[in-house]
Design a protein around this ligand. Sequence first.
Ligand code: CTP
Ligand code: CA
Length: 226
Amino acid sequence: GFFKPQSSPLQNKTVLVTAGPTQERLDPVRYFTNRSSGKMGYAIAEEAAKRGANVILVSGPTNLQPPANVHFVQVKSANDMYESVMEHYRNVDVVVKSAAVADYRPKLVADQKIKKQPSDWSIEMERTTDILHTLGTEKTHQLLIGFAAESEQVEYYAQDKLRRKNLDMIVANSILQSGAGFEGDTNIVTMFKKDGTSVSLPLMSKQEVASNLLNEIELLLKENVE
Ligand code: CTP
Ligand code: CA
């Protein structure tokens, strides 16, 4: 017979994906960042676009090429990401917050390069805004998916974030397991849903994780309609 494409509930939905690390400036030559490569988020954006979604990818600095057919927004700091995400939030159907957002930034940003001193040095840091928590507080119709990178008590912390941030689902990975986490091409995740059920995936490529995650998102979108 003829090939008939299965219509996806993501068709014509708008999906906002955040990816990568953030950079928090200290002075003109220094910043704080983390080991996120952006690969997980870019794979999610690419797969959502393939399934017919309008994708907005808000990304911190990475070495990756933006996928085809996504609206690409490049940001640096947690605050840049916050502003970009809030600007689009009202008009999106799904948010996937895979970015590794800095929790702290230098309290003072120097205009000139900071010179070394004979003594030791400490830098005062202040909290950034928790973007995902803000989205949970202001949620109207959106499906909200968070990530949790944990080095211990994965299920406990992930469930806690799911509840506190008012999420529909959280994707947890144990960053100390080999084959999981930041820089590699593979991941081992468990998806916890707000109805109390969970789906554990074995070691697989980040493309395959993205595909499984979008399958779950499609199910949640169907439930929302019914
Ligand atoms: N997140 C965010 N804004 C922040 C910090 C985190 O939107 N300023 C989001 C991340 O994108 C991720 C989720 O919150 O989807 C969980 O991030 P994580 O670092 O695991 O949790 P935190 O709430 O920051 O708690 P902690 O780092 O103490 O574990
Ligand atoms: Ca954090």
